[in-house]
Design a protein around this ligand. Structure first.
Ligand code: ARG
Length: 461
């Protein structure tokens, strides 16, 4: 007779490829801790209902600790005949060997791998999200640290990748930090929905032994109990939501990386990547390539793809458990790994990046103060639509006269364009003044960037 869990009803041989095709042990074994935790709690719940006695309960708990110990020490041996289909099967088989099948065989009473796997996934993912959260906090901290230290550095801000207005480098840094801080807040919301307990849902219809599901939830650190057993075994929204969240985060990282790739070109030269995050060319000796940033940009595609792929798997599934659901694991595991690595690489890149404040400042040109010149006239009572024309004419005139910039036009020529110009117009032609004028909430003035830093600090705690 077959030693498979469901062997009783099956007599025919299984296609060897089917065994391989069906198994998930080689990737779901990483959930061994979650699985033994879930089983330990379940044994206690069975004992509370008198399904197993105190001795049996103690034996199961002792056995599960031994199983977990084998996993931790790397001595757990997965059956070579393919019968250890998944982590649940493997752990139960081993438990039986360690404490005897007589007692071990009682553990699965009223439980199904359907509620078991959903429970394991949520416990595993919760821990993975906590690790990711910790890494994300570090990424945000790295931004805050730079923004505070490099507050005085000015650079061009761009729209359409064309030089637009002067900004503080710190303003760019905090802009990026605010995306990541929002990602942190979203992650904490996702975690709440991941952290709901499906154990005690049975195969689909519920548990016939009235196990105390609230006890199970509490014992396993869940924040609540899933209120419909059919949903408990079938719901993988927590997997999708995690990958959606990851997709959004990777989108932010990708745009962040793109800016830094541009800023690190010879043409810009605003930033220089540390050697630790660059690579050379096998052909061109002079090259230093921003591979870290390119991989960060590239891996966003991988995460979006995993999310989309699994959503296709879910779409159209009948209610409750279907084996298609086993396809949740590889994308989720790969996604969480990619997210953690990417966040850590991004933190490394940012904290070792050298900036070149002279280059940044050197890229500021007087035409970037054309808006400020228009604003000057607004303060003298001229309607903005009018001042926009006047300032544009000033830029053109400076060009026609082959001057270096509008600051060289002089008061007389400006007065010729518009009578409201006075001596104090000289004050306009200063990048610091321009930046400090942007002092409404969210602007690039020092006090506003400091306020952004305070806001973000609240989120990282
Ligand atoms: N390895 C399976 C999975 O990942 C566990 C659940 C199997 N349940 C079943 N009824 N075949 O989904």
């Amino acid at each position: 007779a077959s030693t498979k869990l469901w062997g009783g009803r099956f007599t025919g041989k299984v296609d060897p490829l089917m065994t391989v095709y069906n198994e998930s042990i080689h990737y779901d074994k990483r959930m061994h801790t979650a699985d033994t935790l879930g089983s330990t709690a379940y044994a206690k719940a069975l004992h509370h209902r008198g399904i197993i006695n105190a001795h049996e309960c103690a034996e199961i708990i002792r056995g599960l600790a031994l199983v977990e110990q084998e996993w931790l020490s790397g001595t757990f041996v997965i059956a070579s005949d393919g019968t250890d289909e998944d982590i649940h099967t493997a752990n139960e088989r081993r438990l039986g060997e360690l404490i005897g099948r007589e007692i071990a065989g009682k553990l699965h009473t009223g439980r199904s791998r359907n509620d078991q796997v959903a429970t394991d996934m949520r416990i595993w993912l919760r821990a993975a999200l906590d690790e990711i959260e910790g890494a994300l906090v570090e990424l945000v901290k790295a931004h805050v640290g730079r923004a505070e230290m490099e507050m005085d550095v000015l650079m061009p801000g761009y729209t359409h990748l064309q030089r637009a207005q002067p900004i503080r480098w710190s303003h760019w840094v905090m802009g990026q930090a605010s995306y990541f801080a929002s990602d942190l807040e979203r992650l904490r919301q996702v975690r709440k929905r991941v952290n709901q307990c499906p154990l005690g849902c049975g195969a689909l219809a519920g548990n016939p032994f009235e196990v105390d599901r609230e006890f199970l939830a509490k014992e396993l650190g869940f924040e609540g109990v899933i209120g419909n057993s059919m949903v408990g075994v079938a719901d993988r929204d927590f997997v999708v939501e995690t990958m959606m969240w990851g997709g959004l985060l990777m989108g932010h990282i990708s745009r962040w990386a793109e800016d830094l790739i541009i800023y690190s070109t010879q043409e810009f030269g605003f930033v220089k990547l540390a050697d630790a995050y660059s690579t050379g060319s096998s052909l061109m000796p002079q090259k230093k390539n921003p591979d870290s940033l390119e991989l960060l940009r590239g891996k966003s595609g991988r995460v979006f793809g995993q999310m989309a792929g699994f959503m296709y798997t879910l779409k159209g599934l009948p209610s409750t458990y279907n084996k298609d659901l086993q396809e949740d694991k590889e994308p989720l595991f790969d996604c969480t790994r990619t997210l953690l690595d990417s966040i850590q690489i991004a933190t490394g890149v940012l904290s070792t990046l050298a900036i070149n404040p002279e280059k940044m400042r050197g890229a500021l040109t007087m035409d970037m103060l054309a808006t400020d010149l228009a604003d000057y006239l607004v303060r003298k009572g001229v309607p903005f639509r009018e001042t926009h024309h006047v300032s544009g004419a000033a830029v053109r005139m400076a060009e026609d006269l082959h001057l270096n910039g509008i600051d060289e036009l002089g008061l007389e020529r400006l007065k010729g364009l518009r009578g409201e110009f006075e001596e104090d117009v000289a004050m306009v032609f200063d990048f610091e003044t321009s930046v400090e004028r942007r002092a409404a909430i969210g602007g690039t003035a020092r006090k506003c960037v400091l306020a952004q830093i305070e806001e973000v600090k609240k989120v990282i705690g």
